[in-house]
Design a protein around this ligand. Structure first.
Ligand SMILES: NC(=O)c1ccc[n+]([C@@H]2O[C@H](COP(=O)([O-])OP(=O)(O)OC[C@H]3O[C@@H](n4cnc5c(N)ncnc54)[C@H](O)[C@@H]3O)[C@@H](O)[C@H]2O)c1
Length: 276
């Protein structure tokens, strides 16, 4: 039997994290590095990705990289794979984490979120990053994993891929009813779609040694306004949002051999919200 350390060991495994310069992408990268894996932070924001990768390399003694790629463009994703193979000659893990992540709770943000006037361009832009980007990265990097007979894909969905948003928590005082902010329709569609993509890829590559799962976190606390935090917390049996490091354990479990018999699953990490 493997020890706990052996089960979760990612030594030498190359893990690509899309949206790696974002709030949670950097944390996923750190979780990987903490188990000896080599995170490759992929983002539109090249300097930020490179800076964060350098910081992880220094702190964990791994050869992390920060690379720029627009994951909505097939040729950029192909070039990304070529660059990763040139640098490391392998790719073991793909975390499809990038998404447009609108913050309705932040005052002044997203005034166009209501369904009746939701712009087609925004719909297309949100699906391009969250769904098409995940499809393209899976197609390109996942095919390379399947060719080598080993790999893991983890799609970052959301509790809102499982339940509908409770739009009451985004309400703002003094705003007319027809202008009240809502979580946009694209968020639900992208996250639900990712769970579908997970099942499709998991069964498609089950005999090729590529495991594919989804992780659906609830809201992560990051200094949101107090009234919003209270309204959201009231919907959660544990009575609070997730701490920023509370995805760490699930990331390691799903990316390592600790979950070697798990594929096609959506792991919901939401303080119990979807039970209610
Ligand atoms: N923050 C939360 O509370 C929460 C909760 C549940 C799920 N999630 C999901 O976790 C993931 C990360 O969330 P976050 O809060 O870190 O978001 P974030 O906005 O901080 O990070 C997203 C990153 O993706 C990058 N990106 C956007 N378009 C891209 C493109 N075309 N190509 C490459 N990179 C691109 C952005 O530059 C950004 O760095 C998202 O999928 C989000 O939906 C977040």
């Amino acid at each position: 039997m493997k020890t706990a350390a052996e089960l979760f060991d990612l030594k030498g495994r190359v893990a690509v994290i899309t949206g790696g310069a974002g709030l949670l992408g950097t944390r996923h990268a750190e979780a990987i590095a903490s188990a000896g894996g080599i995170p490759v932070l992929v983002d539109l924001r090249e300097e930020e990705a490179a800076r964060r990768a350098a910081d992880l390399s220094a702190r964990y003694g791994v050869a992390a990289s920060g690379l720029s790629a627009d994951i909505t463009r097939p040729e950029r994703v192909e070039a990304l794979l070529a660059e990763i193979l040139k640098r490391y000659n392998r790719v073991d893990i793909l975390i499809n984490n990038a998404a447009n992540n609108p913050k309705q709770e932040a005052p002044g943000e997203v005034e166009f979120s209501r369904l009746e006037s939701f712009p087609l361009e925004q719909w297309e832009a949100d699906l391009a990053v969250g769904l098409t980007g995940a499809f393209l990265c899976s197609r390109v990097l996942g095919s390379e994993m399947a060719r080598r007979g080993r790999g893991v894909i983890l799609n970052i969905a959301s509790d809102l891929g499982v339940i509908a948003p409770d739009q009451r928590i985004y309400r703002r005082d003094g705003v007319a009813e027809e202008l009240q902010p809502v979580k946009p329709v694209t968020y639900s569609v992208v996250k639900t779609g990712l769970i579908g993509l997970t099942r499709y890829l998991a069964t498609y590559w089950a005999d090729k040694g590529v495991r594919v799962n989804a992780l659906s976190p609830g809201g992560v606390y990051n200094g949101q306004p107090e009234d919003f935090v209270q309204r959201l917390s009231a919907l959660i049996p544990m009575g609070r949002m997730a701490g920023i490091d509370e995805l760490h354990g699930a990331i390691l479990f799903l990316c390592s051999d600790a979950s070697s018999y798990m594929t096609g699953t959506n792991v919901v990490l939401d303080g119990g919200r979807t039970c209610w």
